[in-house]
Design a binder for this molecule. Structure first.
Ligand code: A3P
Length: 331
């Protein structure tokens, strides 16, 4: 696939292939992936105007793969000196993780500033997030000389990502404001069978999921100092080990003293799904079109089997396996 030019200003979004069956936003096909139409201008702006710094950390993911958790863990780890995880007024006890770590493309897409870099005023070290596939990151972020910062990717079993996405979409769709996000159209029912059909064809927000994952995996193999590849399921199994790995990669490894006094465990506890979902801000607050509570559902591995038949799961597994044949990557 040819690399996209950094300046996508000439991009004619309305001329790109359109998919309207994945609520709530219409999707447009660009450079091998399905993007939410309202965000595509933001992807273009990031490429044209965002200036990364060597100290930046970018948290990258396919949606519904544990982004919220990774945002909380990375934020709490990077800022542990000024915000100890046990502090009652810790930012994560007052703000949703998505308000602590912003998405690059979403922020650019929503900004009224159409010329500047909307992140220029944020002090280092910056922790930012993105759902943009690796092949479409600005060349300045992917720079070989390390000047563009570091990337942490979180990967999840596609079946669980699909089920999580389906639940999220259904609830978001039904929530107040979804009609606005969907250009005034009333919500229509969206079954898991429909969602699977589209997902298997790569038609999901930022899909195909397996190409999204494989792009970052390949980059992590080629440049392990630049891209850290984490798995949601392994993080559930060994959260402490994975947070230590995350800290080391981000350039702020835990000291022996911190480990001995329980700092890593405190961060894991602060960011656990049970702790976060019971905070007032996450029970009652909202993002622009989304209630904060929708970011916290079950947080387990293998829940797909409660919503899809074994045959449905096998079908998706087979499609993914065939698509990734020869890549060296397997879920
Ligand atoms: P489920 O819907 O399977 O429960 P994202 O943050 O990328 O939108 O992903 C959402 C998924 O991560 C949801 O999965 C959600 O419950 C889970 N999740 C959210 N916070 C979590 C946490 N602190 N620990 C583990 N999983 C979490």
């Amino acid at each position: 696939m040819a690399a996209a030019p950094d300046d996508m200003a000439e991009l004619e979004i309305s001329s790109l292939p359109l998919e309207t069956r994945c609520p709530p936003s219409p999707l447009r096909h660009y450079s091998g992936f399905w993007f939410p139409e309202p965000i595509l201008p933001g992807v273009s702006s990031v490429r044209a105007r965002f200036s990364p710094r060597p100290s930046d950390v970018f948290l990258a993911s396919f949606p519904k793969s544990g982004t919220t958790w990774l945002k909380a863990l990375a934020f709490a780890t990077v800022h542990r000196a000024e915000h100890p995880p046990r502090a009652h007024d810790h930012p994560l006890r007052r703000r949703n993780p998505h308000d602590c770590v912003n998405y690059l493309e979403l922020t650019f897409a929503r900004s009224a500033d159409v010329h500047g870099d909307v992140f220029a005023g944020i002090p280092s070290p910056r922790v930012l997030a993105t759902h943009v596939p690796y092949s479409l990151l600005p060349a300045r972020i992917a720079a070989e000389d390390g000047s563009g910062g570091r990337i942490v990717y979180i990967c999840r079993d596609p079946k669980d990502a699909l089920v999580s996405l389906w639940f999220f979409t259904e609830k978001k769709h039904a929530a107040t404001g979804a009609a606005e996000a969907n250009a005034g159209k009333p919500p229509k029912p969206y079954t898991i069978e429909e969602a699977l059909e589209l997902f298997c064809d790569g038609r999901a927000i930022y899909g195909p999921q397996w190409h999204h994952v494989a792009g970052y995996w390949e980059a992590s193999r080629r440049r392990p100092e630049k891209v850290l590849f984490l798995r949601y399921e392994e993080m559930l199994r060994e959260p402490v080990e994975n947070v230590r790995k995350l800290a080391e990669f981000m350039g702020c490894a835990f000291t022996d003293d911190e480990v001995a006094t329980g700092m890593v465990k405190d961060i894991v506890e602060l960011c656990s799904i049970d702790a976060l979902k019971n905070l007032e801000v996450n029970k009652s607050g909202t993002q622009k079109y989304v209630k904060n509570e929708l970011f916290f559902r079950k947080g387990v591995a293998g829940d797909w089997s409660n919503h899809m038949t074994p045959a449905m799961g096998e079908r998706l597994d087979k499609i993914v396996e065939e698509a990734l044949q020869g890549s060296g990557f397997a879920f």
